[in-house]
Design a protein around this ligand. Structure first.
Ligand SMILES: [Zn+2]
Length: 449
């Protein structure tokens, strides 16, 4: 395994979670005002989902190819992300000039589940964007010269975000250990040695298989005339592109491993971190009520006033920070992590978590606890409701995770109707099990007390 023997530094909780949002796109169920999503499909399988918002005369176009790094083949990690770079660089020139000329906000991102390209433009340019995106779906001229220069850029990106960041390294080590997936697509950026070995043909193979209308979802949010108009321009630009057959991504042994403990030491480390990873029952699957209930539960547990953090951070003063996260749709399963950063890990501090976990299971959360996070959600969303970039990312991520438009638009109603008993049942289902992984990051040459 590539990470073996590496020096790993202190866990930086913020970085860890920043990495996770990029890599995992964990669900964040914003409490939304009611969305009215319209949807249609072309004969070649291309799905278009749209939301009309007449706040300003701009429109957000995003295309979500459902082939993130989980589709990287064994030994070829980083292909999906590399292709994202190649698509931008190869089709770049003319499209990029156009986007800059019209003052577009545009970018691309790769996650475990998808590769997304988005452009926010004045409404009058929407059809031009459809045209460019259709051309790069239909045919991409990938040059060796561009391939080599992007390889340099990607290795540099890896160095910046992973190799120079102890948190990034620890993140990779932890997920690789947690999921028995030492080689392959666990790391969106890819392992360094595998990136170096990639050939242009690997990208062509990936592109030829996955960049197809039947593997893509277009999302349009903003002030477009009407759905009929979108049907017309979607058919005009994408209608002739042929569908393709995709092989389902190999699991590559990406299954939850048996219980493991890992400890990573670094001389740069001055604090101790311990992280527990709990399995979310596979029955949660696409059960949206369970997923939203779990998201709300995690929000309650993360409240600074809730007894969990209050006890650890203030009363007993054993932790600098305690952060819980729900990492949804991670391959075929979901996990919950609790990350405790403390001045020292000893049996005592780990015992405290075990004690608090039992207390948590006994008392659970109340209606009052739940109401607080529900209104926080509503407030947070109210601030972003007019921001079409935010709404596009939110809806697009849900769609690429496999949620149906009906589910997405009814999320607010579901969220408001979740009862404390449901959250407490979820609490028991998750926290009465043993963790699947405990990982510790400790200063070098400091043995555990
Ligand atoms: Zn990149």
């Amino acid at each position: 395994m590539k990470l073996a023997g590496k020096r790993l530094g202190p866990r930086n909780t913020k970085l860890w979670h920043a990495a996770l949002t990029v890599v995992l796109m964990s669900l964040s169920f914003a409490s939304a005002a009611s969305y009215k999503l319209a949807t249609f499909s072309l004969k070649n399988g291309l799905r278009v989902v749209c939301l009309r918002k007449k706040t300003s005369p701009i429109v957000s176009f995003s295309i979500w190819y459902r082939c993130g790094s989980m589709c990287d083949r064994l030994g070829k990690s980083g292909v999906a992300h590399y292709l994202e770079h190649m698509v931008c660089a190869s089709a770049g020139g003319e499209f990029k000039d156009f986007l800059e000329k019209v003052g577009a906000d545009h970018n691309a991102l790769t996650s475990l589940r998808s590769i997304c390209f988005y452009e926010i433009v004045p409404m009058e340019y929407l059809e031009t964007v459809f045209g460019y995106e259709a051309r790069r779906m239909a045919e991409l001229d990938m040059q060796e010269k561009v391939f080599l220069s992007e390889k340099g850029a990607i290795l540099e990106e890896r160095r910046m975000t992973h190799d120079s960041s102890p948190a990034g390294e620890l993140y990779e080590a932890t997920v690789a250990n947690a999921f028995n997936r030492h080689i392959g697509g666990i790391s969106v950026l890819g392992w360094e040695s595998e990136i170096k070995d990639l050939q242009l043909q690997d990208l062509r193979d990936f592109y030829d298989e996955w960049f197809a209308p039947n593997n893509a979802i277009i999302l349009v949010v903003g002030d477009f005339p009407d759905v009929e108009y979108l049907k017309k321009i979607a058919e005009k630009h994408f209608g002739a592109i042929k569908e393709k057959v995709q092989q389902p991504p190999a699991e590559n042994g990406a299954r939850p491993s048996l219980f493991k403990e890992i400890t990573l030491a670094s001389s740069k480390n001055s604090s101790w971190n311990v992280e527990y990873i709990y399995h979310v029952p596979t029955t949660y699957g696409n059960d949206i009520r369970k997923n939203i209930g779990l998201e709300l539960l995690i929000s309650v547990l993360n409240q600074p006033d809730f007894f969990l953090r209050k006890t650890m951070e203030h009363h007993l003063n054993i932790a600098h920070s305690v952060v819980l996260a729900y990492l949804a749709k991670y391959f075929q399963f979901d996990v919950v992590s609790i990350d405790i950063c403390c001045s020292s890990i000893n049996n005592n501090s780990e015992n405290v978590w075990n004690y608090l976990r039992k207390k948590l299971l006994n008392i659970g959360l109340t209606k009052g606890d739940l109401d607080v996070v529900k209104s926080q959600r509503q407030l947070a969303f109210a601030h972003k409701e007019d921001n079409i970039a935010h709404i596009s990312m939110h809806i697009g991520q849900m769609l690429s995770l496999g949620y149906k438009p009906e589910d997405i638009q009814s999320m607010d109603d579901i969220l408001q109707s979740i009862r404390p008993e449901e959250c407490n049942e979820i609490l028991r289902e998750i926290f009465s099990q043993e963790p699947v992984l405990i990982s510790r990051s400790v200063p070098k040459d400091h043995d555990r007390d």
